[in-house]
Write a protein that binds this ligand. Structure first.
Ligand code: NAD
Length: 262
């Protein structure tokens, strides 16, 4: 059966790795044409080739989501090569952990730039495609359990992920008359390079073993002590992209083995 996403153009930022890559592969399987937008141009190209060699359609786009010029140029390239954008998954992100008193202001600004400026700039660049002739579209922001909860050492991350809820809700109100829906997906810990890097960092900061970081800090709040998987997150994104009406807009959906319950 043809999916409602067949032939629809999706831009996934930060899709050279981890969660974004899995979302790109999943949406491609559902028939969408994918632009893999990432700072890591070679990685983006490799994921595009993986999709193309499996019979899908994808291109790699070199894009720093914090640069308005790079975002505008990248989205223009997507329109030229694949057509107008119907889905934006704003997913690019990094993590920097430190207590507030030691958090470098430059790191704070870098975190907010990637997570919030990146979400704003990519949204702004794709909306003309979605608003033209009220064609409509779907914007998904990659939030986190940290869109709803705080953890020590993560001031900038928690602030940025909370901020995405505001952007998604505002877009849900502004975009509705053009058929644009906007939601936030909020995963618990998923074992990607972003998380692997935090295990030794947090062990050092809290003076505990790496096993304890995983068991107590990362999975301690879950109902079953299990990591959220890449597939869990990608399936949630696909569901929201395929959902046929604005009954689901301005929402955040948490995928975290019960770590956070809304
Ligand atoms: P990852 O490190 O595997 O992938 C992140 C990707 O973003 C990389 O390919 C990187 O090159 C790209 N990127 C970084 N800065 C960029 C920029 N300025 N412009 C364009 N691309 C850039 O990380 P991940 O774990 O897959 O994280 C993806 C998203 O999921 C992030 O927003 C993260 O906050 C969120 N998230 C992750 C987890 C988790 O447990 N892994 C949980 C909740 C939310």
């Amino acid at each position: 059966m043809a999916s409602s996403l067949t032939g629809k153009v999706a831009v996934v930022t930060g899709a050279a790795s981890g969660i974004g890559k899995e979302i790109a592969l999943n949406l491609a399987k559902a028939g969408a044409h994918i632009a893999i937008a990432d700072l890591n141009a070679a990685g983006a190209q490799a994921v595009a080739e993986e999709i193309n060699s499996a019979g899908g359609k994808a291109i790699g786009i070199a894009m720093d989501v914090t640069s308005e010029d790079a975002v505008k140029a990248g989205i223009a390239e997507v329109k030229e090569k694949l057509g107008p954008v119907y889905i934006l998954v704003s997913n690019a992100g990094i993590q920097i952990v430190n207590p507030i008193e030691n958090f470098a202001y430059s790191d704070w600004k870098k975190m907010l730039a990637i997570h919030l400026d990146g979400a704003f700039l990519t949204t702004k660049a794709v909306l003309p495609h979605m608003y033209e002739d009220d064609r409509g579209g779907v914007v998904i922001y990659m939030g986190s359990v940290h869109s709803h909860l705080a953890s020590p050492l993560k001031s900038a991350y928690v602030t940025a992920k909370h901020g995405l809820l505001g952007l998604a809700r505002t877009l849900a109100k502004e975009g509705a008359k053009h058929g644009v829906r906007s939601n936030v997906v909020c995963p618990g810990f998923v074992r990607t390079p972003l998380v692997e890097k935090q295990i030794p960092e947090q062990a050092k900061e809290f003076g505990i073993s790496e096993e304890e970081v995983v068991k107590k800090i990362m999975l301690g709040g879950t109902v079953d002590g299990i990591f959220t998987t890449l597939d869990d997150v990608a399936e949630t994104v696909r569901f929201l992209c395929e959902f046929p009406s604005a009954a689901l807009t301005g929402q955040s959906i948490t995928v975290s083995h019960g770590w956070h319950m809304q």
